[in-house]
Write a protein that binds this ligand. Sequence first.
Ligand code: NAP
Length: 240
Amino acid sequence: MAMVVLGAGGGLGQALTLELHSQFPDEEIIALSRQPQTGLFDSGKITYCQIDDYSEDSLSAWVSDFKSGGKQLTGVISTIGMLHDEQTFPEKKLSDITADNLTKLFSVNAIKPLLALKAFVPILDRKKTWFWVQLSAKVGSIEDNYLGGWYAYRSSKAALNMLLKTASVELRRTHKELCVAAIHPGTTDTELSKPFQQRIAANKLYSPELSAERIVEVVKHLKPEQSGGLWHWDGSALPY
Ligand SMILES: NC(=O)c1ccc[n+]([C@@H]2O[C@H](COP(=O)([O-])OP(=O)(O)OC[C@H]3O[C@@H](n4cnc5c(N)ncnc54)[C@H](OP(=O)(O)O)[C@@H]3O)[C@@H](O)[C@H]2O)c1
């Protein structure tokens, strides 16, 4: 049996890979990342695979290999997501918006995660695969948007939530044991949050290890009838 982490090279991806490994010692944990292996995952039960930018072709090729190896999939946690890079920074106001930034964040935060789910469908076992989890963000909650700003990140995570909800409705018909879930990890000390950490109280900025522990705790309690939900790291449901 195997569990997969997509985006295993990032702050939460690395911590989640190690947390799954410690909580599910009998499972093989497969860490997929665009980045070359760093040596962090030295355990025999963690397999590291480099993948080409989560393209449809590279995901399909990986899925075919997995299938031909006769392994069964227990679940997947995808951390794929971005907030900023060298060219992109969260917008404060309408005049900061560019089509390029919106397009980039929708591609990474909403489209890639959904195409990953699409690629994995052939190996979602109808009896054995019980979770498909994608890290989302509370700021993607439309109801919870009181502060404004961060147009591209907020809206791409809201789109992600809708895409996952829609997939959950479809998959519920065929995969009765599966729970599709979006989880907000809480503000975690990673590259993604670095530029914004000075505004966060020290006790509200969590280590990747603590966030990973909390996320896996939420995952362990997911039930198929809850499929399509958006969850806070403490296990409470968040509004869309
Ligand atoms: N940190 C926080 O405070 C926080 C708060 C709320 C939500 N989140 C969400 O949690 C998830 C993990 O974030 P993190 O804090 O661990 O950030 P991170 O260290 O930057 O990791 C983000 C992951 O997304 C993948 N990724 C980034 N840019 C990409 C691109 N252009 N194309 C394809 N994949 C890309 C990377 O996968 P590779 O391994 O392939 O490089 C990386 O592992 C994200 O979805 C983020 O939105 C984080």
